[in-house]
Design a protein around this ligand. Structure first.
Ligand SMILES: NC(=O)c1ccc[n+]([C@@H]2O[C@H](COP(=O)([O-])OP(=O)(O)OC[C@H]3O[C@@H](n4cnc5c(N)ncnc54)[C@H](OP(=O)(O)O)[C@@H]3O)[C@@H](O)[C@H]2O)c1
Length: 250
């Protein structure tokens, strides 16, 4: 798809991969709107990029999503790209039973919001000459990390949902992309990263954003890390072997 002259909504665009993507897409000559829960983070980015539009929104909340949709579609009639990037990750010990599942929910933020936001925008995007929905899942959607089980399940859900969405929209002008980043240095699950000493492990968010822009430009519908490309042709046995290597015994 063309990478300039678009009007793009990025959820979770004020930090990490979303921020790197925001800056890259602004530089390429796109109009960009970002949303997130923390207004201070949004204002800080807007101060650095005066042309940027911001909106406070909790994508896990139905009313907040509807209000975002109404505001965006009333104020940005040319909106043609939705990037579902907002996400959280939590280390959860399943031996604690339901106690470990309390609090913020990856199912609501990573999976439900992606499903509902794309459904909200489908008909609006269909009326545009060229449009796209971009869902950010994770390499962990394919090979899970046992320490973050609900995150992996939510991203596997995003992975399969995105395949179905792409298939159903194949006769429309909406292109459906999935991004499966590898480990990227960001705020995501910082407490766990500190605990296991991986705060600086992974690729830089800018490098991830470059790969996303390159993939979108080339109409590569599943944009993944080269290491994951190998999994495309490998067997379930290979995936299981990698899972064992990543997770070890508990
Ligand atoms: N970092 C990695 O290693 C990695 C690898 C694979 C995939 N990913 C995926 O990449 C995406 C971006 O993550 P990141 O690494 O850039 O982490 P990040 O810096 O923590 O970014 C996540 C963003 O999502 C926003 N967000 C979270 N919950 C939200 C909610 N309920 N409503 C609206 N916005 C919300 C956050 O803003 P507020 O807190 O202000 O709402 C934040 O700006 C996520 O989907 C993540 O799962 C990351």
């Amino acid at each position: 798809m063309k990478m300039e002259g678009n009007t793009i909504l990025i959820t979770g665009g004020a930090t990490g991969i979303g921020l790197a993507l925001t800056e890259s897409l602004l530089k390429l000559g796109n109009e960009v709107i970002i949303c997130g829960r923390r207004e201070d983070k949004l204002i800080k980015v807007q101060n650095e990029h005066p042309g940027l539009h911001i909106r406070v929104c909790d994508v896990s909340d139905e009313e907040s999503r509807k209000s975002l949709f109404k505001w965006v579609t009333e104020n940005f009639k040319d909106l043609n790209v939705l990037i579902n990037n907002a996400g959280i990750q939590r280390a959860i010990n399943l031996k604690e039973g339901v106690k470990g599942l309390e609090g913020e929910s990856e199912i609501k933020i990573n999976l439900e919001a992606t499903i509902y936001l794309s459904a909200l925008f489908v008909q609006f995007l269909e009326s545009k000459e060229e449009s796209a929905i971009v869902n950010v899942s994770s390499g962990l959607a394919i090979t899970p990390l046992a320490a973050v089980p609900i995150y992996c399940a939510s991203k596997a859900g995003v992975h399969t949902y995105t395949k179905c969405l792409r298939s159903q929209l194949s006769d429309t002008n909406i292109k459906v992309f999935e991004v499966l980043p590898p480990l990227v240095i960001s705020e995501l699950n910082m407490d766990y990263r500190k605990k296991v000493g991986t705060t600086n492990t992974g690729i830089k968010a800018v490098k991830c954003a470059d790969a996303i822009v390159d993939g979108l430009e080339k109409d590569k519908f599943e944009i993944q890390h080269p290491a994951l490309d190998n999994l495309k042709t490998s067997t379930m046995e290979d995936v299981d072997k990698l899972f064992e290597k990543m997770n070890g015994p508990w």
